[in-house]
Design a binder for this molecule. Structure first.
Ligand SMILES: Cc1ncc(COP(=O)(O)O)c(C=O)c1O
Length: 371
Protein backbone atom coordinates (compact mmCIF):
# COMPACT_ATOMS: atom_id res chain seq x y z
CA UNK A 1 0.00 0.00 0.00
CA UNK A 2 1.50 3.36 -0.98
CA UNK A 3 1.06 6.34 1.33
CA UNK A 4 -2.09 7.77 -0.20
CA UNK A 5 -3.80 4.63 -1.45
CA UNK A 6 -6.94 3.17 0.09
CA UNK A 7 -6.67 -0.18 1.89
CA UNK A 8 -7.64 -3.27 -0.11
CA UNK A 9 -11.06 -4.75 0.60
CA UNK A 10 -10.78 -7.44 3.27
CA UNK A 11 -12.97 -10.17 4.68
CA UNK A 12 -12.14 -9.85 8.36
CA UNK A 13 -12.28 -13.27 10.01
CA UNK A 14 -9.49 -12.82 12.51
CA UNK A 15 -9.83 -12.10 16.24
CA UNK A 16 -10.98 -8.54 15.46
CA UNK A 17 -11.62 -6.06 14.10
CA UNK A 18 -14.45 -7.58 12.13
CA UNK A 19 -16.25 -6.17 9.10
CA UNK A 20 -18.59 -3.19 9.32
CA UNK A 21 -21.81 -2.83 7.30
CA UNK A 22 -22.34 0.02 4.81
CA UNK A 23 -25.06 1.38 7.13
CA UNK A 24 -22.55 1.78 9.99
CA UNK A 25 -19.87 3.16 7.66
CA UNK A 26 -22.31 5.75 6.35
CA UNK A 27 -23.00 6.87 9.93
CA UNK A 28 -19.26 7.04 10.63
CA UNK A 29 -18.82 9.39 7.67
CA UNK A 30 -21.41 11.98 8.75
CA UNK A 31 -20.24 15.53 9.44
CA UNK A 32 -19.03 15.82 13.04
CA UNK A 33 -21.01 17.88 15.54
CA UNK A 34 -19.76 19.45 18.75
CA UNK A 35 -19.21 17.46 21.93
CA UNK A 36 -21.76 19.65 23.76
CA UNK A 37 -24.36 19.72 20.95
CA UNK A 38 -27.79 18.90 22.46
CA UNK A 39 -28.42 16.57 19.50
CA UNK A 40 -25.41 14.52 20.53
CA UNK A 41 -26.85 14.01 24.01
CA UNK A 42 -30.22 13.01 22.56
CA UNK A 43 -28.41 10.43 20.41
CA UNK A 44 -26.34 9.29 23.41
CA UNK A 45 -29.48 8.67 25.46
CA UNK A 46 -30.72 6.27 22.77
CA UNK A 47 -27.29 4.72 22.35
CA UNK A 48 -26.96 4.07 26.08
CA UNK A 49 -30.48 2.59 26.26
CA UNK A 50 -29.63 0.17 23.42
CA UNK A 51 -26.32 -0.67 25.06
CA UNK A 52 -28.25 -1.65 28.21
CA UNK A 53 -30.47 -3.90 26.08
CA UNK A 54 -27.49 -5.63 24.44
CA UNK A 55 -25.70 -6.00 27.78
CA UNK A 56 -28.93 -7.28 29.42
CA UNK A 57 -28.85 -4.77 32.25
CA UNK A 58 -30.74 -1.93 33.83
CA UNK A 59 -27.49 -0.32 35.07
CA UNK A 60 -27.83 3.46 34.70
CA UNK A 61 -24.04 3.89 34.44
CA UNK A 62 -23.67 2.19 31.08
CA UNK A 63 -21.70 4.29 28.61
CA UNK A 64 -19.32 4.26 25.62
CA UNK A 65 -15.83 4.94 26.99
CA UNK A 66 -13.36 6.56 24.59
CA UNK A 67 -10.63 4.01 23.82
CA UNK A 68 -10.45 0.34 22.88
CA UNK A 69 -11.11 -2.74 24.99
CA UNK A 70 -7.87 -2.25 26.93
CA UNK A 71 -9.07 1.22 27.95
CA UNK A 72 -12.23 -0.47 29.24
CA UNK A 73 -10.16 -2.94 31.27
CA UNK A 74 -7.95 -0.16 32.66
CA UNK A 75 -10.94 2.06 33.40
CA UNK A 76 -12.76 -0.65 35.36
CA UNK A 77 -9.74 -1.75 37.36
CA UNK A 78 -8.46 1.76 38.09
CA UNK A 79 -11.86 2.90 39.38
CA UNK A 80 -12.56 -0.23 41.40
CA UNK A 81 -9.15 -0.89 42.93
CA UNK A 82 -7.09 0.90 45.54
CA UNK A 83 -3.54 -0.03 46.56
CA UNK A 84 -3.56 -3.07 48.85
CA UNK A 85 -7.00 -4.29 47.76
CA UNK A 86 -7.30 -8.05 47.51
CA UNK A 87 -8.33 -9.44 44.15
CA UNK A 88 -8.85 -12.93 42.70
CA UNK A 89 -8.49 -13.27 38.94
CA UNK A 90 -9.18 -16.43 36.94
CA UNK A 91 -6.76 -16.87 34.05
CA UNK A 92 -7.39 -19.27 31.16
CA UNK A 93 -5.62 -17.29 28.46
CA UNK A 94 -3.77 -14.19 27.31
CA UNK A 95 -6.43 -11.61 28.26
CA UNK A 96 -6.98 -12.93 31.79
CA UNK A 97 -3.21 -12.55 32.27
CA UNK A 98 -3.50 -8.91 31.15
CA UNK A 99 -6.14 -8.31 33.83
CA UNK A 100 -3.65 -9.59 36.40
CA UNK A 101 -0.90 -7.32 35.07
CA UNK A 102 -3.10 -4.21 35.19
CA UNK A 103 -4.43 -4.97 38.69
CA UNK A 104 -0.88 -5.46 39.99
CA UNK A 105 0.24 -2.15 38.46
CA UNK A 106 -2.54 -0.50 40.48
CA UNK A 107 -1.03 -1.92 43.67
CA UNK A 108 -3.63 -4.62 44.25
CA UNK A 109 -2.75 -7.90 45.96
CA UNK A 110 -3.71 -10.39 43.27
CA UNK A 111 -4.34 -14.10 43.71
CA UNK A 112 -4.24 -15.83 40.34
CA UNK A 113 -6.26 -18.98 39.68
CA UNK A 114 -4.82 -20.51 36.54
CA UNK A 115 -6.67 -22.95 34.35
CA UNK A 116 -5.58 -24.83 31.29
CA UNK A 117 -5.58 -22.78 28.05
CA UNK A 118 -8.47 -24.24 26.07
CA UNK A 119 -10.59 -25.10 29.10
CA UNK A 120 -12.76 -23.19 31.59
CA UNK A 121 -11.89 -22.21 35.16
CA UNK A 122 -12.15 -24.95 37.80
CA UNK A 123 -15.05 -23.84 40.07
CA UNK A 124 -13.50 -25.57 43.11
CA UNK A 125 -10.17 -23.79 42.67
CA UNK A 126 -11.96 -20.47 42.25
CA UNK A 127 -14.04 -21.20 45.39
CA UNK A 128 -10.92 -22.03 47.39
CA UNK A 129 -9.10 -18.86 46.33
CA UNK A 130 -12.16 -16.67 46.96
CA UNK A 131 -12.91 -18.16 50.38
CA UNK A 132 -9.30 -18.11 51.56
CA UNK A 133 -8.61 -14.52 50.64
CA UNK A 134 -10.18 -12.78 53.65
CA UNK A 135 -11.55 -9.31 52.92
CA UNK A 136 -11.84 -9.44 49.17
CA UNK A 137 -12.56 -6.43 46.93
CA UNK A 138 -12.92 -7.95 43.48
CA UNK A 139 -13.13 -11.18 41.51
CA UNK A 140 -12.55 -10.99 37.76
CA UNK A 141 -12.38 -13.15 34.66
CA UNK A 142 -12.82 -13.08 30.89
CA UNK A 143 -16.21 -14.15 29.53
CA UNK A 144 -14.98 -14.94 26.00
CA UNK A 145 -11.24 -15.71 25.99
CA UNK A 146 -10.11 -14.61 22.54
CA UNK A 147 -6.73 -16.33 22.82
CA UNK A 148 -8.28 -19.79 23.21
CA UNK A 149 -11.88 -19.55 21.93
CA UNK A 150 -13.40 -20.53 25.29
CA UNK A 151 -16.79 -19.42 26.64
CA UNK A 152 -16.41 -19.04 30.41
CA UNK A 153 -19.68 -19.30 32.42
CA UNK A 154 -20.01 -16.36 34.82
CA UNK A 155 -22.90 -16.79 37.22
CA UNK A 156 -21.42 -19.31 39.62
CA UNK A 157 -18.21 -17.28 40.04
CA UNK A 158 -20.20 -14.07 40.48
CA UNK A 159 -22.30 -15.68 43.25
CA UNK A 160 -19.18 -16.90 45.05
CA UNK A 161 -17.68 -13.40 44.84
CA UNK A 162 -20.83 -11.87 46.33
CA UNK A 163 -20.96 -14.41 49.18
CA UNK A 164 -17.48 -13.16 50.09
CA UNK A 165 -18.61 -9.52 49.90
CA UNK A 166 -16.62 -8.85 46.71
CA UNK A 167 -17.58 -7.31 43.37
CA UNK A 168 -17.46 -9.31 40.14
CA UNK A 169 -15.85 -7.97 36.94
CA UNK A 170 -16.23 -9.58 33.49
CA UNK A 171 -14.37 -8.91 30.25
CA UNK A 172 -17.03 -9.00 27.52
CA UNK A 173 -14.83 -7.86 24.62
CA UNK A 174 -15.45 -10.91 22.40
CA UNK A 175 -18.95 -11.71 23.68
CA UNK A 176 -21.04 -8.50 23.61
CA UNK A 177 -23.39 -8.58 20.62
CA UNK A 178 -22.46 -12.15 19.61
CA UNK A 179 -23.58 -14.26 22.57
CA UNK A 180 -25.73 -13.44 25.58
CA UNK A 181 -23.83 -11.54 28.27
CA UNK A 182 -26.91 -11.11 30.48
CA UNK A 183 -25.23 -8.85 33.03
CA UNK A 184 -28.10 -8.68 35.53
CA UNK A 185 -29.05 -12.38 35.52
CA UNK A 186 -25.40 -13.40 35.69
CA UNK A 187 -24.91 -11.04 38.68
CA UNK A 188 -22.04 -9.21 36.99
CA UNK A 189 -21.29 -5.89 38.75
CA UNK A 190 -18.98 -4.37 36.16
CA UNK A 191 -18.11 -5.23 32.56
CA UNK A 192 -16.31 -3.71 29.59
CA UNK A 193 -16.24 -4.55 25.91
CA UNK A 194 -15.04 -3.25 22.55
CA UNK A 195 -16.88 -2.00 19.48
CA UNK A 196 -14.83 -3.83 16.85
CA UNK A 197 -15.83 -7.45 17.35
CA UNK A 198 -19.44 -8.66 17.63
CA UNK A 199 -20.95 -5.17 18.10
CA UNK A 200 -20.25 -4.29 14.47
CA UNK A 201 -18.50 -0.91 14.62
CA UNK A 202 -14.84 0.00 14.00
CA UNK A 203 -12.35 -0.10 16.90
CA UNK A 204 -12.20 2.93 19.17
CA UNK A 205 -14.84 2.75 21.89
CA UNK A 206 -15.30 0.53 24.90
CA UNK A 207 -18.87 0.00 26.13
CA UNK A 208 -18.76 -0.14 29.94
CA UNK A 209 -21.53 -1.06 32.40
CA UNK A 210 -21.41 -0.57 36.17
CA UNK A 211 -23.99 -1.52 38.83
CA UNK A 212 -25.15 1.15 41.27
CA UNK A 213 -23.60 -0.85 44.10
CA UNK A 214 -20.19 -0.91 42.38
CA UNK A 215 -20.36 2.80 41.54
CA UNK A 216 -21.22 3.57 45.17
CA UNK A 217 -18.07 1.73 46.26
CA UNK A 218 -16.06 3.79 43.75
CA UNK A 219 -17.62 7.03 45.05
CA UNK A 220 -16.54 6.06 48.58
CA UNK A 221 -12.90 5.32 47.68
CA UNK A 222 -10.38 6.30 50.35
CA UNK A 223 -7.69 7.21 47.82
CA UNK A 224 -8.07 9.32 44.70
CA UNK A 225 -8.50 7.50 41.37
CA UNK A 226 -5.02 7.82 39.86
CA UNK A 227 -6.17 7.80 36.20
CA UNK A 228 -7.83 11.17 35.52
CA UNK A 229 -9.04 10.22 32.04
CA UNK A 230 -10.89 7.15 33.33
CA UNK A 231 -12.38 8.72 36.48
CA UNK A 232 -16.06 7.67 36.34
CA UNK A 233 -17.16 10.56 38.59
CA UNK A 234 -15.74 13.05 36.08
CA UNK A 235 -17.03 11.11 33.07
CA UNK A 236 -20.52 10.91 34.55
CA UNK A 237 -20.62 14.71 34.72
CA UNK A 238 -20.16 14.72 30.96
CA UNK A 239 -22.46 11.89 29.87
CA UNK A 240 -25.22 12.84 32.36
CA UNK A 241 -26.29 16.32 33.42
CA UNK A 242 -24.69 18.83 33.86
CA UNK A 243 -22.88 17.63 30.65
CA UNK A 244 -19.59 19.28 31.61
CA UNK A 245 -16.66 19.13 29.19
CA UNK A 246 -14.31 16.28 30.04
CA UNK A 247 -12.58 15.44 26.75
CA UNK A 248 -13.51 15.77 23.08
CA UNK A 249 -15.46 12.56 22.57
CA UNK A 250 -14.94 10.92 19.13
CA UNK A 251 -18.34 11.90 17.79
CA UNK A 252 -18.04 9.98 14.53
CA UNK A 253 -17.30 6.77 16.40
CA UNK A 254 -20.36 7.49 18.53
CA UNK A 255 -22.44 7.86 15.34
CA UNK A 256 -21.07 4.49 14.18
CA UNK A 257 -21.72 2.73 17.49
CA UNK A 258 -25.21 4.19 17.67
CA UNK A 259 -25.99 2.78 14.22
CA UNK A 260 -24.40 -0.58 15.00
CA UNK A 261 -26.58 -0.90 18.12
CA UNK A 262 -29.68 0.05 16.11
CA UNK A 263 -28.74 -2.71 13.66
CA UNK A 264 -28.51 -5.20 16.54
CA UNK A 265 -31.91 -4.14 17.87
CA UNK A 266 -33.39 -4.38 14.35
CA UNK A 267 -31.95 -7.87 13.88
CA UNK A 268 -33.13 -8.95 17.34
CA UNK A 269 -30.76 -10.25 20.02
CA UNK A 270 -31.86 -13.88 19.90
CA UNK A 271 -31.75 -13.92 16.09
CA UNK A 272 -28.27 -12.43 16.16
CA UNK A 273 -26.98 -14.95 18.69
CA UNK A 274 -28.49 -17.75 16.56
CA UNK A 275 -26.77 -16.36 13.44
CA UNK A 276 -23.42 -16.50 15.25
CA UNK A 277 -24.07 -20.10 16.38
CA UNK A 278 -25.25 -21.24 12.94
CA UNK A 279 -22.39 -19.64 11.01
CA UNK A 280 -19.81 -21.02 13.44
CA UNK A 281 -21.28 -24.55 13.25
CA UNK A 282 -21.37 -24.39 9.44
CA UNK A 283 -17.73 -23.29 9.35
CA UNK A 284 -16.52 -25.95 11.78
CA UNK A 285 -18.19 -28.69 9.74
CA UNK A 286 -16.57 -27.33 6.56
CA UNK A 287 -13.19 -27.23 8.28
CA UNK A 288 -13.65 -30.84 9.48
CA UNK A 289 -14.01 -31.84 5.83
CA UNK A 290 -10.58 -30.29 5.23
CA UNK A 291 -9.16 -32.30 8.15
CA UNK A 292 -9.02 -29.29 10.47
CA UNK A 293 -10.39 -29.97 13.97
CA UNK A 294 -11.60 -27.67 16.77
CA UNK A 295 -9.17 -26.89 19.62
CA UNK A 296 -11.85 -26.53 22.31
CA UNK A 297 -14.37 -29.15 23.55
CA UNK A 298 -17.86 -28.59 22.12
CA UNK A 299 -19.42 -27.55 25.46
CA UNK A 300 -16.89 -24.73 26.02
CA UNK A 301 -16.67 -23.39 22.47
CA UNK A 302 -17.37 -19.78 21.55
CA UNK A 303 -19.42 -19.29 18.38
CA UNK A 304 -17.79 -15.88 17.92
CA UNK A 305 -14.13 -16.88 17.94
CA UNK A 306 -13.33 -20.35 16.65
CA UNK A 307 -9.98 -21.94 17.43
CA UNK A 308 -8.76 -24.87 15.34
CA UNK A 309 -5.65 -27.01 15.53
CA UNK A 310 -3.26 -26.40 12.64
CA UNK A 311 -2.81 -29.72 10.79
CA UNK A 312 0.63 -31.31 11.09
CA UNK A 313 0.93 -31.28 7.30
CA UNK A 314 1.18 -27.48 7.38
CA UNK A 315 4.86 -26.59 7.48
CA UNK A 316 4.59 -22.79 7.57
CA UNK A 317 1.29 -21.67 9.08
CA UNK A 318 2.13 -17.95 8.81
CA UNK A 319 2.62 -18.42 5.05
CA UNK A 320 -0.87 -19.95 4.78
CA UNK A 321 -2.39 -16.92 6.54
CA UNK A 322 -0.35 -14.55 4.39
CA UNK A 323 -1.61 -16.23 1.19
CA UNK A 324 -5.22 -16.12 2.40
CA UNK A 325 -4.81 -12.39 2.94
CA UNK A 326 -2.85 -11.49 -0.15
CA UNK A 327 -4.56 -13.72 -2.70
CA UNK A 328 -8.11 -13.89 -1.34
CA UNK A 329 -8.37 -10.86 0.95
CA UNK A 330 -9.34 -13.10 3.88
CA UNK A 331 -7.84 -12.41 7.29
CA UNK A 332 -7.63 -15.11 9.96
CA UNK A 333 -5.55 -14.98 13.16
CA UNK A 334 -2.63 -17.03 14.46
CA UNK A 335 -2.20 -18.29 18.03
CA UNK A 336 -1.15 -16.05 20.92
CA UNK A 337 1.48 -16.84 23.57
CA UNK A 338 1.83 -20.57 24.20
CA UNK A 339 -0.56 -21.34 21.32
CA UNK A 340 1.49 -19.51 18.69
CA UNK A 341 2.05 -21.81 15.72
CA UNK A 342 -0.39 -24.39 17.14
CA UNK A 343 -3.85 -22.95 16.43
CA UNK A 344 -5.63 -20.60 14.07
CA UNK A 345 -8.19 -18.17 15.45
CA UNK A 346 -11.10 -17.61 13.09
CA UNK A 347 -13.62 -14.94 13.98
CA UNK A 348 -17.28 -15.19 13.01
CA UNK A 349 -18.30 -11.94 14.62
CA UNK A 350 -20.84 -9.23 13.88
CA UNK A 351 -21.11 -8.39 10.18
CA UNK A 352 -18.34 -10.92 9.43
CA UNK A 353 -20.55 -13.81 10.58
CA UNK A 354 -22.07 -14.77 7.23
CA UNK A 355 -22.26 -18.02 5.24
CA UNK A 356 -20.86 -16.14 2.26
CA UNK A 357 -17.68 -15.25 4.16
CA UNK A 358 -17.34 -18.79 5.46
CA UNK A 359 -17.68 -20.27 1.96
CA UNK A 360 -15.01 -17.88 0.68
CA UNK A 361 -12.66 -18.84 3.51
CA UNK A 362 -13.27 -22.58 3.06
CA UNK A 363 -12.68 -22.37 -0.69
CA UNK A 364 -9.53 -20.29 -0.27
CA UNK A 365 -8.15 -22.53 2.47
CA UNK A 366 -8.83 -25.66 0.44
CA UNK A 367 -6.89 -24.23 -2.47
CA UNK A 368 -3.95 -22.96 -0.42
CA UNK A 369 -3.62 -26.22 1.53
CA UNK A 370 -3.75 -28.37 -1.59
CA UNK A 371 -0.85 -26.59 -3.30
C1 LIG B 1 -10.92 -10.72 25.63
C2 LIG B 1 -10.24 -9.46 25.27
N1 LIG B 1 -10.01 -8.53 26.22
C3 LIG B 1 -9.41 -7.36 25.93
C4 LIG B 1 -8.98 -7.07 24.66
C5 LIG B 1 -8.32 -5.77 24.36
O1 LIG B 1 -9.08 -5.04 23.48
P1 LIG B 1 -8.43 -3.95 22.49
O2 LIG B 1 -7.47 -4.67 21.61
O3 LIG B 1 -9.65 -3.43 21.77
O4 LIG B 1 -7.80 -2.91 23.33
C6 LIG B 1 -9.18 -7.99 23.64
C7 LIG B 1 -8.72 -7.74 22.26
O5 LIG B 1 -8.68 -8.59 21.43
C8 LIG B 1 -9.83 -9.21 23.95
O6 LIG B 1 -10.06 -10.13 23.00
Amino acid sequence: MTTNSLPSPRILMGPGPSSVTPRVLEALGRAPIGYLDPELFTMLDGLRANLRTVYGTSNEWTFPLTGTGMAGMESCLSNLLEPGDKVVIGVIGFFGARMVELARRLGAEVTVVEGEWGGVLDPDEMAKAIQQSGKLKLVGCVHAETSTGVHQPLKHIASMAHEQGALFLADAVTSLGGISVDIDNNEVDVAYSGTQKCVGAPPGLSPVTVSENAFQIVRNRKSRQSHWFFDWNLLQNYYDTPHMYHHTVPVNMLFALNEALLEIVDEGLEERFKRHRDVSAFMLSGLEELGIHPFVKAEHRLPTLNTVVIPESVVDEAAVRARLLQEFGVEIGGGLGALKGKIWRIGTMGASATLRNVLTLLGALKRVLSE
